[in-house]
Structures are given as C-alpha cells and as structure tokens.
Design a protein around this ligand. Sequence first.
Ligand code: PLP
Length: 398
Amino acid sequence: MPRLASRMSRAVPSAIMAVAEKAKRLKAEGRDIISFSIGVPGFLPGPHVYEAARAALAKDSGAYGSNRGPDALLDAWIGFLARNGLPGYTRREVATGVGGKHVLFQVMYALFDEGDEILIPTPYWTSYVDIAEILGLKIKLLRCGSEHDYKVSAERLAEALTPDTRGVLLNNPSNPTGMVYSREEMQGIADVLAGHSCWILSDDIYSQLIFDGIGWQNVLKCRPELRDRTIIMDSISKSYGMPGWRVGYLAGPAAVADAVTTLNSNSITNLPEVVNAAAIAALNGPQDATVQACADFAKKRDLVLAALDGLPGIHCPRPQGAFYVFPDISGCFGKRHGDRVIETDADFCDALLEAKGVACVPGRAFGEPNALRISYACADAVLADGLARIADFVRSLV
Ligand code: PLP
C-alpha cells in the first residue's frame, strides 16, 4: 500500500470519544456503567423544529443547495447574533458548515499556514489542539489551572502574546470547565487584543447556557472595532439540543466567510434542506426548550458542586455555564485505591471506572492533567447515583 499523507501521523481520534466508547463497551458487556464522558446536552428541541423538518421533506427538491447556506438560515443566524448583542452582520459576513467542529476546521484551514503560531489557553476543548496539529500549526499553550479559576487574565494574555502570534482561541463559556468570563474580565482581554493584530477565534457554542443571571460576554461586545479580525463560531448542537443534526455557522469579515464558502464548495457543497429547515426553526422559533434546559443545568451544576464539596483532595472552581464541572483532583495523587497508587488523572479515571463504573474524561485530554471532566447533562437520578459513586471512590483513597 502507498503511504498516507504525512499530516495523518499528527492526527489522533478524539480522546473524549475514546472514553465514551470504552464506557459503551463495558455497558454492552453487562457492567453497570454511568457515563459522564460525552458532551451531549441531553434535551430535544420543541415540536416546531420537527414540524419544519417534516414540511421541508414533503416539498424536497432534491437539488444541490448554496455553498454558503440558504438565505433563510443565514438570516436566522444573523438574527440570533443581533438578539445576543452582536447586531449588523450581513449575509456576506456569515457562512455555515457541518456543525461547529467543521466550521472551526474550515476557519483554521482558511486563516493559518503551516508553522503559524496559535495561542490556546488551557484547559481547552480537545479539537482546538487536534485540528491545529493536523494543520501543522505551532501551538502555544497558556496554562490556566484551577488556581486561576481556569480563566485567562488580561495580564497573562498580554505576557503570552508576541508579534509571532497569528491567532488566539477564546471559548466562553468553556468546555471543559464551564467557567464564564465576567464583563470586566472580557473587557481586559479585549483591551489587550486590541493592541495585537492577530485573528481572534471566538467559540461561543455555549452562549445560551449561562447561569446565575450573569449574562454572556464576548470581545466584540467590549471592543466592536475588533470585528475586522474576530470570527464568531457557533452551532445548534448545544443551544438547541441538536448535536446530531450537524449545523454550524460563523460570523466574521466577509473575506473569511467567503473563504469558508469556497472550502464548502470544494468539500461538503451544502447542508441538506431538511436539516437547514430544522435549524432555521430552532433559531427563529420559541426558545422555551433552551431556557428550560439552561435552568435545569444550573440545578444539576448545584448538585455536582454539593456532592464534590468537602471531598478530600478535590478542589473545584464554581462553573456558571455549559454542562461541565472540572474538579482539580491533584490532591488525590499519591493516594492508594486498594493496591493501586493513583499517580495521575488517567489513573484516577481508570480506577474510578473499574471500581465504581463511572466514566469521566481525564483532564489531560484538555491540556490540564490535574483535573477530570464531569459532563452532567443526564437525568437527576443517574447524576445522583454517579456522584455518590465518585464520593465513595474518593473517600476510599488512602
Ligand atoms: N466547541 C466546543 C467548545 C464544543 O464543546 C463543541 C462540542 O463539544 C464544539 C465546538 C463542536 O460542536 P458541534 O460540532 O457538535 O457543533
């Protein structure tokens, strides 16, 4: 067989998927497994979304569609942005893709050459680094551990940026930490970025899932003049409980939206009509399911924090968004579970899965090996059971 492209030696399957697959396999073998591994929001959109999909199916033309996305979807996304404090985008400044991950891939492909430096605060969503690796970028990580509440401060960002920095990735609320930036924090970040002429990639996929009434912030709300080099990326996956429908979108300079449209024309061609209709209905229709999901997640967040509170060796900054908690477990390192010494996050997660049947993703998958990620978008009874097992496990360490 001839060889694969050399870039494939840098491509790795998603670490999160690997944990989810293992949990699935153990379950299939008859083990009693609770999976807190994968980031599926666990709610469904309202009936209007399914009605729109059925209506589109009934009058399906079977034709190819627009590479950028149909006007009605572009307008729905522009309307969503305006409702969330980012008005004034035009159709030329937006484009769609097959989910947020595909949009991110296309944007990074369009903006960066091999060897370009990209600054990624950690903990990061795994695909930022995985995609940057595939594209051969120079990855500069800025570690923001639990002692920093997992957030990048203006001061530390200013220290990390150099004239070589071609792009910065921001994610608010964050996966894996659920942490949310305040207005003051985001203003500081925007002020620093105003002094550096790099691209700003703003992944706002969890913007609708923010608790405690603190509101969503973004560099463009703080510094509108950054619009000529900021790309907002989002999708229907988390906000509307529709990860499998695969609709993502971006807003940014027309040249970037055009570039992604060109890449679409050479790869996916278009999103399917039925899927587009469902996305338009989700964006334009009643937002009740999203509002309810957000309220439910806030209560689940409280359950998780209450269960972790006071556990020996565990320290957890308080998340205010998304559906993740990211406890620092480094206080457990060096302790024993039975004969096994827990030296790392991977040891901890492995032993927890073996002993208690609870699957969590080791923090190293997100660039923070002192922690693990709990994705808590599951039924309350399952959550309570899983949390009790984690508490038992941690208390059993000596
Ligand atoms: N960005 C972040 C931070 C995510 O957590 C995810 C999914 O987990 C995505 C982007 C991509 O989501 P999707 O491709 O399902 O739209």
